[in-house]
Design a binder for this molecule. Structure first.
Ligand code: IPM
Ligand code: MG
Length: 377
């Protein structure tokens, strides 16, 4: 075997809007780990979105597709923006993020929510509600109403238009994401809360029954509870501390994870990992991205919060590189930077100095040097 065999390939795709700005900072963090901790990886940068569309007619040009195909991990920025109008819908769709999630079968989307003690002054929820919040939403990412058929827009006989989509889940689609949730809970506080709308939707009836069946068959050591999605939204802002692992379908997970972002202070803070199936060599494709979108209103201004993307690198270190100590180190460095007062505009309390995206990247790198020096002392 070559000495390169442990090299992990990372495709860095900043994309659109604030994506490239925040990803530039998380890329610096990745390079810090390669230089200072000997993390074995190669980085390959690739373009996505309007810029390559103008050059090649494709939002996802061949070179980018190849970089992503060969990568173990994709560090993704963001997609979309006001410029979407400049890219015809069909071209958008051909290289869409949803298409990529589907192509790589990234069915398990992990969105951890942790309250940062130093952000309680600027957080929208009260400090006593946020204190100690630490849970993970696992959102099913490749099925449900996002992908269900039939779907479309039709014109009715009376001239009205009718848009329609199909919510659907099969046994296997439910069970594999349920398994991801139960397995994760075993490494944490041992609790899974499954969220559905089983009082109304057949899809949810099947969802709940499969959860219960798999739990009984393989995971009876884990505590399983169920909430209807409306109640779950309320509980997330009322008492988020009650949750350990929350598992739900695609659209409920989309909505609840934005809601849960408020329990971590700002949407700008939230990382995510989207994981595919484990192959016969024990590898699994993964895409890491901040939960926030392209934020076109602040794109190019250099004021976006890069911490969602930087914390996604911590997930990459933990889940793809299998380097839990390095992941902890990075999370600690982010908390150290915050504790020393580093704030971008979205998390700044009244009167606090607002750092630029680059300055926040600098603050995290300084904190990494400091935290690792302490560790080595
Ligand atoms: C997310 C986003 C995406 C989604 C959009 C950009 C398609 O909101 O990752 O949460 O709805 O899944
Ligand atoms: Mg969303």
């Amino acid at each position: 075997m070559s000495t390169q065999s442990n090299m992990i390939k990372v495709a860095v795709v900043g994309g659109e809007g604030i994506g490239p700005e925040v990803t530039t900072q998380s890329r610096r963090v990745l390079e810090w780990f390669a230089a200072n901790r000997g993390v074995p990886m190669t980085l390959r940068d690739a373009e996505y979105g309007l810029i390559p569309y103008l050059k090649t007619g494709k939002v996802l040009p061949e070179d980018t597709a190849e970089a992503m195909d060969e990568a173990d991990a994709i560090l993704w920025g963001a997609t979309g923006g006001p410029e979407t109008t400049e890219v015809p819908a069909a071209a958008r769709k051909a290289g869409s993020l949803l298409g990529l999630r589907s192509k790589y079968d990234l069915y398990a989307n992990l969105r951890p929510i942790a309250a940062s003690p130093s952000l309680s002054a600027s957080a929208p929820l009260k400090a006593e509600v946020l204190d100690g919040v630490d849970f993970v939403i696992i959102r099913e990412l490749t099925s449900g109403i996002y992908f269900g058929e039939p779907r479309g827009i039709e014109t009715l006989h009376d001239g009205q238009r009718r848009g329609f989509n199909t919510e659907q889940y099969t046994t296997n689609q439910i069970r594999r994401v349920a398994r991801a949730a139960f397995e994760l809970a075993r490494t944490r506080r041992g609790k899974v809360c499954s969220v559905d709308k089983a009082n109304v939707l057949e899809t949810s009836v099947v969802w709940r029954e499969e959860m219960i069946a798999l739990h009984k068959e393989e995971f009876s050591d884990v505590e399983l509870t169920h909430l209807y999605v409306d109640n779950a939204a309320m509980q997330i802002v009322r008492e988020p501390r009650q949750f350990d692992v929350m598992v739900t379908g695609n659209i409920f997970g989309d909505i609840l994870s934005d809601c849960a972002a408020m329990a971590s202070g700002s949407l700008g803070m939230l990382p995510s990992a989207s994981l595919g199936p484990v192959d016969r060599y024990g590898r699994r494709k993964a895409l890491y991205e901040p939960v926030h979108g392209s934020a076109p209103d602040i794109a190019g201004k250099g004021i976006a919060n890069p911490l969602g993307s930087i914390l996604s690198v911590a997930m990459l270190l933990r889940l793809t590189l299998n380097r839990p100590e390095d992941a902890d180190l990075l999370e600690q460095a982010v908390q150290t930077a915050l504790a020393s007062g580093a704030r971008t505009a979205d998390i700044a309390e009244a009167g606090a100095k607002k750092l630029s995206t680059v300055e926040m990247g600098d603050a995290v790198l300084r904190a990494l040097d400091k935290v690792s020096a302490k560790e080595n002392a």
